[in-house]
Design a protein around this ligand. Sequence first.
Ligand code: SF4
Ligand code: SF4
Length: 414
Amino acid sequence: MATKFLASEQLPALLEALARDARLVIPAKSDGLVQFDIWELRKEVELQVLLARQSPKEWVFPQCETYLRFEYAMAAPEETQDGASGVAPAGVAPAESAPAQAAPAIPHETIQLESLNEAPRQVIFGLRPCDVRGFVQMDRVFGGYGGFYFDPLYNARREATTLLAVTCREPRSTCFCTAVGGSPAGQEGVDALLTEVGGGFVVEVLTAKGEAALAAAVSAGFLSDAGEAQVAEAVRVKTAASAKVDSPFTLEGIRENLRANFADDRWHDLCLRCISCGTCTYVCPNCYCFNINDSLVETEGERYRTWDNCFNPQYTEETSGHNPRAHKANRFRNRFSHKFWYYPEKYESLLCSGCGRCIMHCPTRIDIREVLRVMGAPAAAPSEGVAAAAAPAAASSATSPVADQSASTEGKEA
Ligand code: SF4
Ligand code: SF4
């Protein structure tokens, strides 16, 4: 598809053109924080700060959404053919007051349902390639095994969304996208990619959706064909950016190693600092777990879903009171195993795009790279690891919160 050039001074005009046909969502600074928000005139897009605090996932998968309203009512007893109510008067047997063929009518409860699914056309502009990969990773789950678990809420919004990403020129020390198969200029799931060069942006239009979103800007002349020198500069920017990203751990054998380390006591040591706040899951572009609740006031109610997080002690608690992840170490292990073992086993892809947000925002400075360096490495030698020998494992299971399960009882993907 086409490669265009956008002069820096034309950026506001491009945003205005994009907002004419769709809801436009941009990273913007407010009270010192960069957050994705709806664009309006004179609101400036913030592209110098690399990552918004939250990923843009909430614009497709909201933190809280009501998707059903319901109302209970009592239906009046139906009238019988002879005009009687069908309900026998007090003290009179039904056979004496109504024809034998009429079934006795009884008051009964009815329910009215209204389903809600708002999916306005929208363009998310200024997100990063790792944010886009977060959507691609969630698509596999909400698309659900060829449609079996197809999620209409997520998919309607995803279908209505166009993603115009910006190459990361200056990755942060916490970024590790290249270690998990991505890149500061990654194109997976991206509808158009903008790379900042001298005087403006090289715009690579990558999909029909991207082309449609930018059509008005092309006709208005805000986007011209990119020159060879501009394209070559974009390539240099991308190569230089990739070289700045660390590769803090290796993926080689990581699934097998996590399996082998399943009952290792180091999970317990690593999770000691964790306060189970769930921040790492809420800021993550691909954590997708949710909870469903009903709220009912007298006869009217709503059903809504909210983000959940696997650090919550009640996350896997069963109605019986049994909790297969009763200890913090079990829950901590689940987060990393889900991303690098259970999900990959199902989808042949990781559930992490290396954005580093969980590292930046964890209040106790738990670093996913460090956890994977330790627990994603080959299992410890017998003398070092609790799970290495059957006897020590059995002996320790009474006290070790991680050694009281086997990989098969833990279950697979949460
Ligand atoms: S696990 Fe951490 S680094 Fe990976 S995508 Fe989520 S927030 Fe980003
Ligand atoms: S952000 Fe840090 S402290 Fe909070 S749940 Fe995640 S790992 Fe634990």
